[in-house]
Ligand binder design. Structure first.
Ligand SMILES: NC(=O)c1ccc[n+]([C@@H]2O[C@H](COP(=O)([O-])OP(=O)(O)OC[C@H]3O[C@@H](n4cnc5c(N)ncnc54)[C@H](O)[C@@H]3O)[C@@H](O)[C@H]2O)c1
Length: 422
């Protein structure tokens, strides 16, 4: 069995799992992160229970491969618990670990000796040691002897092919050696490559650093886009040129600001802990501020170009999800722009080929049937909100008298005189 203290398994050992008791894995949180892990565990021959209070999440997961339920079954304790619940910010931009606490309460309720608990959700530095471990050790079981705890943050990048569960090395950190070994064995069973690190905190901080690095660079590129555009130089060509340097430069691209539930969120988790120890980062603070201001600045440029007022202006935002070709509206900066536009008296409308439902967050803002046809009449301006691959951008932009392109994707020739770089 993969959790036993045997030497590393061979494919023949893997087959042996069917003769032995089939390990039971519970995945708490069947969202973007938890569901692929649950499916991979099921494909690897493990018995999987997906646990999620959301009926929509359970419906998405209910494909017969795994058992899906709103809560844990007390009579069927798992061998492995995967914690993949959300870790957002609260209304005051502070880390909200309520779902992690609730998930650990579920685990504690069904914890049996020998079980492994893997924290996959992104948490602040020290969360494994100071939040999760005390919750698990509230009873008689001791970590490293009776039960096992490791942190293994998710690194997935939705919409980017080639970097799935088994293509991306997974960091694994723990508070002691036995938990680390068992966690690595679990991932190996699923065919996931691992990188062990010397402590839980290193794994936690590495995850936060990865996304902080992205936020800072994206915020920089957004500001450079404004600067290069004012200088009359195409930003993307500049980045492409700089990226020919074989060392010391990683390309990032401008846009309407980083959205979603990771890049604009995780740096705030890091900043909060850094502030607690008197080492808050001015650069993180500036990047978070600049990122939040990006839709506002783009709107200000549009207002200026439309003669100083947005009132009654028919503006269509093409693409509203937080990133191209992903049907996720959480933290989407195009949504922020639409809401502000409407508040300023603009006659806003949106189009998106990947959004199938009617999102509550966009209630009251009309949806256009085509990306270049405002439901209220002729267009005053078109904003590229998210450059989905289904859009033929140059052709699309030809329809509008004014085109806003925060991404720097449109060729100046295609929309000569009508292009508003931001
Ligand atoms: N989505 C990504 O691309 C991504 C990438 C890297 C890291 N992460 C991190 O992974 C974690 C999960 O993110 P996600 O995008 O999968 O979130 P998600 O919102 O898509 O899914 C989380 C699921 O957890 C469920 N849930 C909430 N409380 C629960 C509880 N107590 N027990 C069981 N289920 C519960 C929710 O109903 C939801 O379906 C977060 O910490 C996130 O920051 C996400």
């Amino acid at each position: 069995m993969f959790l036993s203290n045997s030497p590393s398994e061979t494919p023949a050992d893997r087959d042996g799992i069917s003769q032995a008791r089939v390990a039971h894995v519970a995945v708490l949180g069947l969202g973007y992160v938890g569901l692929p892990i649950a499916r991979a565990a099921s494909r690897a021959g493990l018995r999987v229970t997906g646990i999620d209070p959301s009926p929509e999440a359970r419906a998405r997961a209910a494909d017969g491969e795994m058992r899906v339920q709103p809560q844990a079954a007390p009579d069927d304790p798992p061998d492995v618990w995967i914690i993949a619940v959300p870790t957002p910010l609260d209304g005051r931009d502070r880390p909200d670990l309520g779902a992690v606490r609730a998930a650990f309460a579920t685990v504690v309720g069904g914890l049996r000796p020998g079980a492994l608990v893997l924290l996959v959700s992104t948490c602040q530095p020290g969360a494994t040691r100071t939040l999760c471990a005390p919750l698990l050790e509230g009873g008689p079981l001791r970590i490293g002897e009776d039960v096992f705890l490791a942190v293994s943050p998710e690194r997935e990048n939705p919409g980017q092919s080639g970097f799935g569960l088994t293509d991306t090395p997974r960091l694994v950190g723990a508070l002691e050696a036995e938990s680390l070994t068992r966690a690595m064995r679990f991932w190996a069973w699923l065919g996931v490559p691992t990188v062990p690190v010397a402590s839980a905190e290193i794994a936690e901080c590495a995850k936060l650093l990865e996304n902080t690095y992205r936020l800072v660079n994206i915020a920089l590129m957004d500001e450079m886009q404004a600067a290069f555009a004012a200088l009359g130089v195409p930003t993307r060509a500049v980045v492409e040129a700089a990226a020919t340097k074989p060392f010391g430069f990683a390309p990032f691209w401008p846009g309407l600001g980083a959205g979603g539930h990771c890049i604009p969120v995780d740096p705030a988790y890091l900043q909060r802990e850094a502030r607690e120890v008197g080492a808050s980062s001015s650069l993180i603070a500036a990047a978070l501020r600049a990122n939040r201001a990006r839709p506002r600045r783009v709107l200000a440029r549009l207002e200026e170009a439309l003669g100083g007022s947005l009132r009654g202006r028919r503006v269509l935002v093409a693409g509203v999800t937080y990133k191209a070709d992903v049907a996720d509206l959480r933290g989407a900066t195009a949504v922020t722009l639409l809401q502000r536009l409407q508040r300023r008296g603009g006659c806003a409308a949106w189009h998106d080929p990947v959004v199938t439902a009617s999102p509550t967050i966009l209630a009251g803002i009309p949806r256009a049937l085509a990306p270049d046809a405002h439901p209220g009449g002729s267009l005053d301006a078109l904003v590229i909100g998210t450059p989905h691959s289904a859009y033929a951008l140059d052709r699309l932009a030809a329809a509008a008298p004014l085109v806003v392109d925060p991404f720097g994707l449109l060729s100046a020739d295609a929309v000569a005189g009508r292009l508003l770089h931001c």
